[in-house]
Design a binder for this molecule. Sequence first.
Ligand SMILES: [Zn+2]
Length: 479
Amino acid sequence: PLPDPWWKYLQKISKYPEKILSLTEALRIFKSVMNELKQSMISLEGSADKSLEMVLKYLHATGEIMWYADNPKLQKIVFHHPETLVEMLRAIFKHDFEKVVVFNEVFGQLAGLNQKKFEAMKEDFLTKGLMTLELLNFCLYHFKLTPEARDTFVDLMLKFDLCYELPSSLLTNYTSARILRFPWFLRTEASNEVFVKWPTKTPRNIIELSFQFVFPSKSPPNFFEKLSCRLQTHVLKREDWKNGVLAFMNKSRILLTREKKDGGTVILVSVRGSDLQELWGLLLKIYHDMKCLLLEWPLVHVEQNLLCSHCVLRGDNDPFLYPAETYLETICPKNVYQLQTCQKSPDTNIPACLIIPLDAAFQDGMGPHIIVLKEFLASLEDMVDGMGSGILTDFGLMYVAARLGAEWSLVVSHLGLKQAEIEQIQLDNPYKTINQTSIALQKWRDRQKERADSTLLKQLFDALDETDYKSLWDEIEEK
Ligand SMILES: [Zn+2]
């Protein structure tokens, strides 16, 4: 039972003629109801704002209205008719969008669209899921939203993972201020670019980590699309298609795919790169997103596996599977660098850092992990490559960095890096000596792109020789 003034207030706002109600307007009505009833604000919460907040929260909890108090952007709008929100979503999520959303001069003009532009944008929406702000205005025209209310509606869709906003760097085709992507409407297949940037076999001296969620029967509807929207918070660049996303973060790459298999659905998440800590960090963020999304479907059955990276890197298409709940929800213990866990090679020591996450914040013990991993990667290569094979790749330089230790700055200044550059790298990567070193070495390497590898190896050799790291060079040479 509502307190009498709240009941009066609810009646008043439900008669408010507009489709949505701004918080300012909600407050004005609230004050007038209180005045009419000669009710003191003090008897409620002290101030009108505070009292209104309490009332709106209560009405939201009972389902009379929708108001998201905890979000500073969303709280500016009150959906005093909750069904309006559903209608607004239906204006976009139409199964017959192609047929029913057609050009109309009046709406078009108000949304800043001529027919040609409209048709192009509609086509992009129906194939690539791209919704420009103009097309959105067109679809929502009859709700008569203020720009602020429309932005709130967009924020609400973002909050519920119904779409993601394309970063401005990707807004090439249009001059729109904002473009949203609704993965549900993607119809495209992976482009050739994807196969170039993510070849089927893991490139040499690249690390790959993967896990999968297997839904043996039907996968929950919307799971993959919502996951794809959430991914946007962890990445800088991406390419989307109907059943996948290839995304980029710093030098790491992320591949998310959905595949139908034996009547079920497999969602596979893989990361590739050379920075082990960053790779584990990304993989775990996505894993937690997926766990979190699963809460929306508490009864669904799903198997969660971590793929054995030892098998994956060996090119085995049927890698050993570990239970993800055990392996991904722990941190590699101190001083454990090798394990005999792969049932496909039960007697082999495999690098622990390939199957148990490393702590993203600390670099204690990173050196030995990298050294063990480099030895493993070197063992995969054929012997014909000769000296220094792979040393100039990002991971190879990471290995050199792991071996150098604290006196790395001597070596890189021999390679021509200036003191100021070294200090900047240190500032940008605090407490991460190995990262500092490998970034410095990459800088040196990238500056001489046009030179032959043998010249670079000679330079590195000289620098190691001058700084008493000759023994390291001898070891590298053996590999
Ligand atoms: Zn294995």
